[in-house]
Design a protein around this ligand. Structure first.
Ligand code: BGC
Length: 380
């Protein structure tokens, strides 16, 4: 636990370093100038923020945070949301380029398709940051995200611990019946989460101790799709499933609705991601087993600072070069991109209070919603 908090603090320190670098590179203070008339809005440098959707809890606050930070730095910021529509997102990107944006921060709905619009934008001289999700082209100026394979490893480890996979109960004759629920197949992160999950799970599958009874991907990361998939899986398996590795809180909570209808919520361990308010509430109620905290309060300021640096022609020593083949887990992608990854933290019932509530990541009242007073820890 202490180690986790130390890691969290280390992550925050790393995030702060981006701010420090900016300060270090900032031009020296100038002597006081006579007051200038306020600049008309159209003379400000424009930056576009293109979001895949606002359906997942995290995206709207992150867009708002980046907009505010960039405006504080003197930029004009346009925000567009594509409602999971790949073509609409590319049209919105083209449109922002036509409006003269000099920088774009993009959460891509489709990591391949967005490359078309991004290649055009980069040719027009626009600096593009792929935010949280990779866009599969070397034309991006930078890719900022979390350690996504580690997300997958921690999801699988959390579920494996809950089922006591090494405890002797699970054998070739009595294998654990596992459901794998991946994220949206067009999101490169979903591929990386799966890669991390499989690193933990596959050795048990190879030994015959785990039997994968269903392996699905949830289109658009939509909780309603996850609910339907899980209903069908439960019907097909006659409710005989022992664990679920789901890839984020939204889809896990969708799947949990189906489990609940069969009296299996809290009995079948299941993973999520994002440490959302609803996900953490489900953890304290003993239904969701494990989530993953990715501190978006760090990522959004890093993106805003980096955009400012890129537009000032500054380089950032925190960025390191990675091959696209490495980042996509697919050798067909050529070229290299500059990237930076923040650490991730496993959250379960034992540490949700310290890691999520005390750190202010989610409000106490939301996490302990509908939990009797007597079962709540004291308010921090
Ligand atoms: C993000 C997750 C998020 C999911 C659905 C992924 O790319 O990394 O944090 O839950 O998309 O929006």
């Amino acid at each position: 636990m202490n180690r986790r908090i130390n890691n969290l603090l280390a992550g925050i320190a790393i995030g702060a370093a981006f701010g420090l670098i900016l300060t270090a590179c900032a031009p020296a203070a100038q002597p006081a100038q006579p007051a200038q008339p306020a600049q008309p809005a159209q003379s400000k440098v424009k930056i576009g923020i293109s979001m895949s959707d606002f359906a997942t809890e995290r995206w709207k606050p992150e867009a708002d945070m980046m907009k505010k930070l960039l405006e504080e730095k003197g930029y004009e910021v346009l925000v567009q949301e594509a409602n999971h529509d790949v073509k609409l997102q590319n049209d919105q990107i083209d449109n922002m380029v036509a409006q003269g944006v000099k920088g774009l921060i993009i959460v891509a709905e489709d990591s391949d398709a967005a490359a078309t619009a991004v290649d055009k934008a980069a040719k027009a001289g626009v600096k593009v940051i792929a935010y949280d999700r990779l866009i599969k082209t070397p034309a991006i100026a930078a890719y900022l995200s979390f350690n996504n394979e580690e997300v997958g490893r921690q999801q699988a480890l959390g579920v494996m611990k809950a089922v006591d996979i090494d405890g002797g109960k699970w054998t070739k004759d009595n294998p654990l019946k596992l459901v794998k629920l991946g994220g949206s197949p067009t999101d490169n992160n979903a591929i990386l989460f799966r890669k991390g999950q499989d690193e933990i799970l596959q050795p048990y599958v190879d030994k015959g101790v785990i039997k994968v009874v269903a392996d699905q991907w949830v289109d658009n990361w939509d909780p309603a799709n996850a609910l339907k998939l899980m209903e069908n899986i439960l019907t097909a398996q006659g409710n005989q499933i022992d664990a679920v590795v789901a890839s984020n809180d939204g889809t896990a909570l969708g799947a949990l609705q189906a489990l609940k209808a069969q009296g299996l919520a809290g009995k079948v361990p299941i993973s999520g991601q994002d440490a959302t308010a609803d996900g953490c509430n489900s953890i304290v109620k003993g239904e969701l087993t494990v989530s993953i905290l990715k501190d978006i309060r760090e990522l959004a300021p890093i993106a805003a600072n980096l955009m400012d640096e890129l537009l000032k022609g500054q380089s950032d020593p925190n960025l390191k070069s990675f091959t696209l083949a490495q980042l996509t887990n697919d050798s067909k992608y050529q070229g290299e991109v500059m990237a930076y990854f923040l650490p991730v933290f496993q959250v379960d019932k034992s540490n949700v209070f310290d890691l999520v509530v005390k750190s202010g990541f989610q409000p106490y009242d939301a996490v302990y919603r509908d939990v009797p007073e007597s079962e709540r820890p004291p308010k921090p």
